[in-house]
Design a protein. Structure first.
Length: 280
């Protein structure tokens, strides 16, 4: 584990929660500026096995594991929830990053207007330039705790990983606010030292609190860890292009073998799961 990563964790633990989030966001901004991640389409752990069409269709074939995770969240989990995908007119990706998930959504639902929101101005700038040729897509800068969007704006909202950083309660409250009645919220989240049964109770409680009905809650830990292990060669090549003072930190961030996060998976202390619910 890198010295910078250990130092960050020690400092973060002693900060008030609002400052913890500010520190995490600052690191998130820096990684996009300093690392070759800005030249990728995704910034997530992935889902194995990778599935068609993502293994064959450009630009997704460069990151098929990551594309598959998005597809599981916004397509497979939602197909029999609420209205059919063909009727969705407005779709939102919370934490859109560089726009890979927005592109997956556009492929699955070409008739829909799709909005991506991310707190990172660097990612938003790259994403806008990359997707400016698609008029049905718009990219906004904004915080998931206070989305720059009107109440009831979307038929479907999806997100990969953002709830882990935002916090489940704040994430679900704000997502529900901008979701229309009958609309679908589908997202993935990951924690350490959390039992699936305990997290399922939290999901049930938060759905009840926010006027949502649980459709599916699925443990995807094994698939995510398998994707991380399978993706090691590609990640190693990317890390070699990170400025040398930050390479060890990048290895920790990328969950490479020998890092704390990778060991958490090996030890069975890591939990990743996906949630799909419908607004009453």
């Amino acid at each position: 584990m890198s010295f910078l990563y250990v130092l960050k964790r020690r400092i973060q633990r002693n900060l008030p929660k609002p400052l913890q989030r500010k520190l995490q966001e600052a690191i998130y901004f820096a990684l996009y500026r300093l690392s070759p991640a800005r030249h990728q389409n995704f910034f997530n752990s992935g889902f194995s096995p990778a599935e068609a069409p993502w293994t064959e269709l450009a630009p997704f074939d460069r990151e098929p594991l990551q594309s598959t995770l998005y597809d599981k969240v916004l397509w497979e989990l939602t197909r029999d929830a609420g209205r059919s995908g063909a009727e969705w007119t407005d779709i939102l990706d919370i934490g859109c990053g560089l726009g890979g998930g927005v592109q997956v959504a556009h492929h699955r639902f070409p008739q829909a207007r799709i909005t991506g929101v991310d707190v990172n101005s660097s990612a938003v700038s790259v994403c806008r330039k990359r997707l400016q040729h698609i008029p049905s897509i718009r990219i906004l800068q904004g915080n998931a705790r206070d989305l720059p969007l009107a109440n009831g704006s979307f038929d479907m909202i999806f997100s990969v990983g953002a709830a882990s950083y935002v916090g489940m309660e704040a994430f679900m409250k704000e997502a529900t606010r901008v979701l229309r009645p009958g609309g679908v919220l589908s997202f993935s989240v990951g924690y350490t030292d959390k039992a699936f049964a305990d997290q399922r109770k939290i999901v049930d409680e938060l759905c009840e609190k926010n006027g949502l009905e649980v459709h599916k809650v699925v443990d995807i830990t094994e698939n995510v860890f398998a994707a991380i292990a399978e993706d090691v060669p590609r990640r190693r090549e990317l890390i070699e292009r990170v400025p040398w003072p930050f390479r060890d930190y990048a290895s920790d961030w990328a969950d490479m073998p020998g890092t704390m996060r990778y060991q958490e998976y090996v030890d069975g202390r890591r939990l990743d799961y996906a949630v799909c619910c419908v607004k009453r």
